[in-house]
Design a protein around this ligand. Structure first.
Ligand SMILES: O=C(O)CCC(=O)C(=O)O
Ligand SMILES: [Fe+2]
Length: 320
């Protein structure tokens, strides 16, 4: 079957980050544009994130999720204004899903000293683990993937003919959320239960690290009406566009449905960094867009019920 031979394009970012020949960067921009138009997803090598840091990050996830359940529950994201911290297995259920996700997760975001805008900005929650075993590698990794997310936004802008300078306003105080995830082994998963049920990512660019050798991510191919499995390859990132990008690019860049089924024996780790943009920024993918909806307003619309936003916070982002 055609779908069995299909694979998402693998794009070498070294040619964008450290071009050696004229036209190198333009080539990468064209490859990313084509992939986002066709699949809404692509893979990246030559991204500049050291493989040693990826290993350290996965080790820190292991360390975190191995904590006793009671200790993890003390860090619950539901108790936190900025929704940082721990989400237990069975907490995410999308409308129409038969069963909640089997995954457990831990959320980090920007490290701002005080809670602002009802929780859009604020400090992280750090587990009681020696710093060099969690906080230091996790934070370094957060920053590196955040840089990569920003680079991808720059490339997406240029793909539609816009200058990189638009990023100045868009990246003023960008909302960047990191979601560390552990999936139970297939034998500990209920029949019909997904690691993560089918969904579209909400916002901007997603930078995903899958634990090498632990396949699980599947992407919906509308034309073939089938799910495409994306192999978990060492040092290769999976990138995709969220709904905000699809909306703002007038549908030129796709946001595509995906899900996770842990296929390998044993647990599976992954880590996704979601790069959205400044709370007050408007559409950079069409600066003439008459719709002046902001990143913050779109986020509130989608997550109003999951966030701890009160009236005052809604007014502050212009969503009274
Ligand atoms: O764990 C994965 O491979 C993907 C997770 C995902 O799609 C998400 O958290 O939005
Ligand atoms: Fe996703």
């Amino acid at each position: 079957m055609l779908s069995e031979k299909l694979q998402l394009p693998v794009i070498d970012f070294a040619r964008y980050l450290a071009p050696e020949a004229p036209g190198d960067q333009e080539e990468v921009i064209a490859q990313v544009r084509a992939a986002c138009q066709e699949y809404g997803f692509f893979q990246v090598k030559g991204h500049g994130i050291p493989v040693g840091l990826q290993h350290q990050l996965l080790k820190s996830l292991d360390r975190l999720f191995s904590m006793p359940r009671e200790e993890k529950m003390k860090l619950s994201y539901l108790e936190n204004k900025c929704r940082r911290g721990y989400e237990a297995s069975g907490m995410s259920l999308r409308p129409g899903d038969a069963m909640p996700d089997s995954k457990e997760a831990y959320y980090l975001g920007r490290e701002d000293p005080v809670v602002e805008l009802s929780g859009f900005y604020g400090p992280n929650v750090w587990p009681n683990i020696p710093e060099d075993e969690f906080r230091t590698p996790a934070w370094e990794y957060y920053q590196k993937t955040s840089d990569l997310g920003k680079t991808i936004w720059e490339i997406l802008l240029q793909g539609l003919g816009y200058p990189v300078s638009l990023m100045e306003a868009f990246a003023k105080r960008p909302l960047v959320q990191m979601k560390m995830i552990r999936y139970p082994s297939p034998s500990a998963t209920l029949p019909g239960q997904f690691g993560v049920g089918a969904h579209n990512d909400f916002g901007g660019v997603t930078v995903l690290l899958q634990q090498p050798g632990k396949d699980g991510l599947e992407v919906w191919l509308e034309e073939q009406q089938t799910w495409l499995s994306v192999p978990a390859v060492e040092d290769v990132y999976v990138i995709n566009c969220g709904d905000m990008i699809m909306k703002w690019s007038g549908g030129q860049y796709k946001s595509v449905r995906h899900r996770v089924i842990n296929k390998s024996e044993g647990e599976r780790l992954s880590c996704a960094t979601f790069w959205h943009g400044d709370v007050f920024a408007t559409n950079p993918l069409n600066p003439n867009d008459p719709n002046k909806e902001t990143v913050g307003q779109l986020l509130v619309k989608r997550f109003r019920h999951q966030m701890s936003i009160h009236k005052e916070g809604l007014a502050q982002v212009g969503e009274a």
